[in-house]
Design a protein around this ligand. Structure first.
Ligand SMILES: Cc1cc2nc3c(=O)[nH]c(=O)nc-3n(C[C@H](O)[C@H](O)[C@H](O)COP(=O)(O)OP(=O)(O)OC[C@H]3O[C@@H](n4cnc5c(N)ncnc54)[C@H](O)[C@@H]3O)c2cc1C
Length: 256
């Protein structure tokens, strides 16, 4: 635990207010308490303050009251007292002026263009993006990500980075499907189960394959050609109406 800030009013060494956590809520409370005449001590468990705002998009939401209350109510699944939501929504209007009074700056939000540009600039290293302009020019394209059925049934905790990255690809496929559908580009995923590739065979005992096979609705060993056939289908005219979807080639281990 670090002392990240001491906001003094006078020489009194004992703080009137101790703030635990130097995220925006803690920082706002510390400033408000200081401005009300208190001696404030801010404690933070990490090296730097900022909390989650260091990763945030930097948007300051300030909607008309009715829209803000409806939005917040939906986010809270209708379980939060409407008076709390109304007070929160009213407070949103004060944030811009408060930040400016502290010396901060804010800028109006510029809505992005209705359709994302191609290539999508946030993913400069994604190989698929290199093909998007050509696909768009022809008015036809298929992008198919190979993911994994572990995103629905993670077999072990130590697969966290693997499973998480596969899940992110599914989200990416859906977003790209929305971005590029109007250019005739479909984006889909194939989610294999434990497939008997040479690398998987070399890295896992035969008993592990048997255990997974026994849990499949179709108890057959999954082969690379199962994935290849599904990829071929997704690239074919037969899949003309498919985009943003994930097809699972795991013999029915996971049913969604
Ligand atoms: C990717 C992302 C994008 C976002 N974009 C936006 C946006 O555009 N606009 C927007 O309004 N909001 C956005 N948010 C949400 C916003 O960042 C959070 O709502 C806000 O940071 C929450 O503030 P907080 O102070 O309550 O908590 P946090 O920011 O989580 O701060 C809590 C602090 O307490 C510290 N702490 C925790 N435990 C202890 C302990 N025991 N002792 C001492 N310190 C402790 C933590 O290290 C942290 O610094 C975004 C969030 C994320 C993750």
């Amino acid at each position: 635990m670090k002392v990240l800030a001491v906001l003094r009013n006078g020489a009194e060494p004992v703080p009137d207010v101790v703030i635990a956590g130097y995220g925006p809520a803690g920082a706002a409370a510390a400033i408000a308490a200081h401005d009300a005449g208190c001696h404030v001590l801010v404690l933070e468990s990490t090296e730097r303050g900022g909390g989650n705002t260091r990763y945030s998009g930097g948007f300051l939401f300030d909607l008309p009251d009715e829209a803000a209350v409806a939005h917040l109510d939906a986010l809270c699944f209708g379980r939060t007292d409407r008076r709390v939501l109304e007070a929160y929504a009213a407070g949103l209007h004060e944030l811009d002026g408060w930040l400016r009074s502290l010396g901060g700056t804010t800028a109006p939000f510029e809505p992005p263009p209705a359709r994302l540009p191609a290539p999508f600039p946030s993913w400069p290293h994604l190989p698929a993006q290199a093909f998007v302009p050509g696909m768009g020019a022809r008015g036809f394209g298929r992008i198919i990500f190979v993911v994994s059925d572990t995103i629905w049934a993670p077999p072990a905790a130590d697969l966290l980075p693997y499973v998480t990255s596969k899940g992110a690809l599914v989200a990416l496929a859906r977003t790209l499907a929305v971005a590029h559908g109007a250019d005739g580009i479909a984006v889909t995923c194939v989610a294999p189960g434990l497939t008997a590739t040479p690398a998987a065979r070399a890295g896992m005992p035969a008993a592990a394959f048997e255990a997974v096979r026994a849990r499949q609705a179709l108890p057959r060993t999954l082969l690379p050609r199962d994935v290849a056939a599904t990829v071929a289908f997704l690239a074919s005219d037969g899949a003309a109406a498919l985009t943003g979807q994930t097809l699972c080639t795991d013999g029915g281990l996971v049913m969604r």
